[in-house]
Design a protein around this ligand. Sequence first.
Ligand code: PPE
Length: 305
Amino acid sequence: MPIEPTEKIWMNGQMVPWADAQIHVLTHSLHYGTGIFEGIRAYETAEGPAVFRLTEHIERLHNSAKILMMDLPYSVDELVDATKQVVRESGLPSCYIRPIAYYGYGEMGLATSACQTDVAIACWPWGAYLGDDALTKGVKLKISSWQRHDHNIMPPASKTTGNYANSTLAKMEALRAGYDEAVMLNRAGLVAECSGENLFVSRGGKLITPPLSSGALEGITQNSVSVIARDLGLEVEIGDIARSDLYIADEMFVVGTAAEVSAVNSVDDRPLPCPGPATTAIAEVYAAAVRGKDDRYLSWCESVA
Ligand code: PPE
């Protein structure tokens, strides 16, 4: 999807014109995949734009840094404020936000001890990640031939840029085979997640989503959706899922900041009821929650005003 430029990008504490927000070709993280990032959305609410679960996203960025032993030069509070400033100054009612921290220009070689950490935060308008029909018609999934990297290869709990080469291999394979998204299995052969979303399966009246130990990212939307589902009276369990559980699911959906709640219409050409009743009910509450229209979840909406 082409990026729609906004006016300015926050770089190391300064608001820089969009076209000037550039880095050197010898930037360390470009060569070694050692950046860390977040994907966040701001939505239009009655109080103006509000960033959904901003503090949790920035806390996860700090955790990613901890795992990589990267010194982030800005505290959670400073990055929360900077993100709000970026959204406020963009003038956009809603947008996607991409904070990234990376080892900058100045050192080469795998050791990062002498590298400086640069931080940038950009935002731009971004529509439906898996297509406009993702909730009504659903998306076609394919089990990837690529395995999810695991805890002793590239820790999935860190949103490291290099991890996403694994996701890109899976995504491109799925797209070229005519599917919308890839399901990735871990080294034990169990379902972990999709290339850019967590997933939920409904079987026997219960929603099941794979644990962090499966190799999945500890998704913030996965958490929001679990809370919403329980508030709707649905049973939610974090547990192991085999690929055959997907084929015989009562319904299935995938979740992420970018993808929001997207229905699944088939897995490996086995059709699923779509959108199922739980998917529809959860998506409706999620859409209201992110826009500050459901009092139960107002604390998740962090106003930029
Ligand atoms: N798993 C992966 C691998 C992942 O990348 C995401 C976010 C999720 C699960 C869902 O996490 P959360 O956003 O906290 O609910 N994927 C980002 C899009 C990746 C991309 O840049 O493309 C996102 O949704 O922002």
